[in-house]
Design a protein around this ligand. Structure first.
Ligand code: SF4
Length: 358
């Protein structure tokens, strides 16, 4: 019988409403009352759906519990526990209580190569109270050093254990402000991985302002996955994604993105859109996607936009694009929901010798 459990999450309240931050996907969702109750109950103790229906019978119908479970499973807020393995019974004496340790190799590492940025987006956390690192007065380095990046690569390769592929993502601030270290880190990681009989898959996020021919050439040659932070067409981009003097960035980034799309063909180029009230709607994004064929990924700066209206269409754009496999990071139509291969694409499930139940 399937037992449901809450996944790693953090519940919080904003504007008088409950929200949940999901650690595995770094996504934030507003919780309606049924979802809040189901998640709270599973956080206290895992349960079968029948047990959950009984637990919550005073508050909601069995059908509502089942539907809410399905919704929470779809966004990976809850998952099924792997069935307990039958352990061999000892022939005599007391049965020892031994819980076998599970192998948990590191699959992805994100290197925050700088906290500096040449843009000053209106919603950026780097300019707010939730700034990640205080770089005022030189208290913390503004750029990751080559040595720190090397040590991080060594750590990643060691902790990836028997995984044949490790994933390394570069993030910022504006990642390309530290391009020299990024380039050397990729060279080093490839070399070290080859010595260990492994591979490293690279990706980065950039605001595209610093893309230039030699950088584009490097990213294409090295097959680095690129995600562009962009909010959509000019009128939206220039309202939110501005330089420090307040001028819009659209005219700077648009030709660079076109050049990247023309040259870098080995992997789809992602577009990370930040939803804000008054920002791009789903309709606008769809039109824009026809012009700039990128894979749109939406995140939210303003939680209110998830409440309805046209903005929710933007999330539909992303859903229509499929899922990202938790192992190879390819975008696929379906991922497995089996307890032992949860979140993996069909190819990775097969590579691991498992069976897929997408
Ligand atoms: S590009 Fe990213 S890091 Fe830079 S200001 Fe905009 S949101 Fe912040």
């Amino acid at each position: 019988m399937s037992v449901w459990a809450a996944r790693d999450h953090h519940r919080f309240e904003a504007a008088g409403r409950p929200f949940v931050y999901l650690a595995p996907s770094a996504a934030v969702f507003a919780l309606d009352d049924p979802a809040d109750k189901v998640l709270a109950s599973l956080s206290q103790a895992p349960a079968t759906s029948e047990e959950l229906v009984t637990r919550l019978s005073e508050h909601m119908s069995g059908t509502a519990v089942e539907q809410t479970l399905a919704e929470l499973a779809r966004v990976q807020a809850v998952g099924m526990l792997a069935p307990a393995r039958a352990e061999p019974q000892p022939t005599g004496g007391t049965r020892p209580k031994v819980i076998p340790l599970a192998q948990f190799p590191l699959s992805t590492m994100v290197l925050n190569v700088t906290n500096q940025c040449n843009l000053s987006c209106t919603y950026c956390y780097e300019y707010g109270e939730d700034k990640i690192v205080d770089t005022q007065n030189g208290r913390k380095p503004k750029f990751m050093s080559e040595e720190t990046a090397r040590q991080s690569v060594d750590f990643m390769l060691k902790e990836s254990r028997s995984n044949p592929v490790a994933h390394l993502t570069f993030f910022g601030g504006e990642t390309l402000l530290n391009f020299p270290v990024l380039r050397k880190t990729i060279d080093y990681a490839r070399r070290r991985a080859a010595e260990l009989g492994k591979q490293v898959d690279f990706s980065l996020t950039t605001n595209a302002t610093l893309l230039k021919p030699e950088i584009i050439e490097f990213l294409a040659d090295e097959q680095v996955g690129v995600t562009i932070s962009i909010d959509g067409p000019r009128e939206v981009q220039d309202r939110f994604r501005v330089f420090h003097n307040g001028s819009g960035s659209y005219d700077v980034v648009e030709p660079k993105i076109r050049e990247l799309l023309a040259r870098h063909r080995s992997r789809p180029i992602g577009a990370r859109v930040t939803l804000t009230a008054g920002g791009a709607t789903g309709t606008l994004l769809r039109q824009y996607q026809d012009d700039l064929p990128m894979l749109f990924i939406v995140s939210q700066a303003d939680l209110q936009v998830s409440e309805g209206g046209e903005d929710t269409l933007a999330i539909d754009v992303v859903r229509a694009e499929g899922y990202k496999c938790a192992r190879c990071w390819r975008t696929v139509d379906t991922i497995s929901s089996s307890p032992d291969t949860d979140g993996l694409c069909e190819r990775c499930v097969a590579a691991l010798g498992g069976s897929q139940a997408a």
